[in-house]
Design a protein around this ligand. Structure first.
Ligand code: ITT
Length: 203
């Protein structure tokens, strides 16, 4: 009989993250599971530190579900804004906004900033937690600049205004397969993978 694949809960409420994590880890031999209905897992309040947030989300899910869990805390750091919104990217512009409205709010705040000063980066910290409370982290960074107007159809969040360093396209124009090779999330998960394999008995 084939060996059962070890279970791993993807501890995020963001559907864009879920599909990217599924695509990036799809072939690694893990039984990837979404979070069950939200009330079953309560995430702590998020603060200003990616690593602490990622660890808190992964530990909350692993402890409450009794299964290893993977969480992602990420954000967009804009040089002209001193690194804002950073860990507060999901709440930038106010609570309850759609992605498109957040993008518009950021473009409005940067309306006077010239192309040469529109540098930015996406940062992602992923955390893998066991129900016993141990946790391991990895970080990925993707450099780029903020466009003057949205472009492209793929991805989520701020992808339509994030031009990749050294390229003419933005993250919403390169398609899922390429984003999942070079994004901050792909880089963080790539770094975590050897330890993930070891901890889940896949090595
Ligand atoms: P969970 O906490 O449930 O994972 P969240 O969306 O609240 O979901 P974060 O607090 O980590 O997650 O917020 C990250 C925000 O940064 C996210 O909502 C997007 O607005 C933005 N973001 C992160 N990665 C992105 C990406 O690959 N492309 C575009 N925007 C991204």
């Amino acid at each position: 009989m084939p060996k059962a694949r070890p279970a791993l809960v993807i501890a995020t409420t963001n559907p864009g993250k879920v599909s990217e994590i599924e695509a990036i880890l799809g072939d690694c031999g893990v039984d990837l599971r979404p979070l069950p209905d939200e009330p079953l897992v309560r995430f702590p309040e998020e603060g200003d530190d990616y690593a602490r947030n990622a660890e808190a989300k992964a530990l909350a899910a692993a402890r409450q579900l009794g299964v290893p869990a993977l969480a992602d805390d990420s954000g967009l750091e804009v040089d002209a804004l001193g690194g804002r919104p950073g860990p507060f990217s999901a709440r930038y512009g106010g609570p309850g906004l759609e992605d498109a409205a957040r993008v518009e709010a950021l473009l409005a705040e940067l309306s006077e900033v010239p192309a040469a000063r529109r540098g930015a980066r996406f940062v992602c910290v992923v955390a893998l937690a066991d129900p016993d409370g141990t946790c391991v982290l990895a970080t990925g960074v993707c450099e780029g600049a903020i466009l003057k107007a949205p472009r492209g159809e793929s991805g989520f969040g701020y992808d339509p205004i994030f031009q990749l360093e050294g390229r003419s396209e933005c993250l919403a124009e390169i398609g899922a397969a390429e984003k999942n090779r070079l994004s901050h999330r792909a880089l963080a998960l790539g770094q975590l993978l050897p330890e993930l394999r070891r901890r889940l008995g896949l090595a």
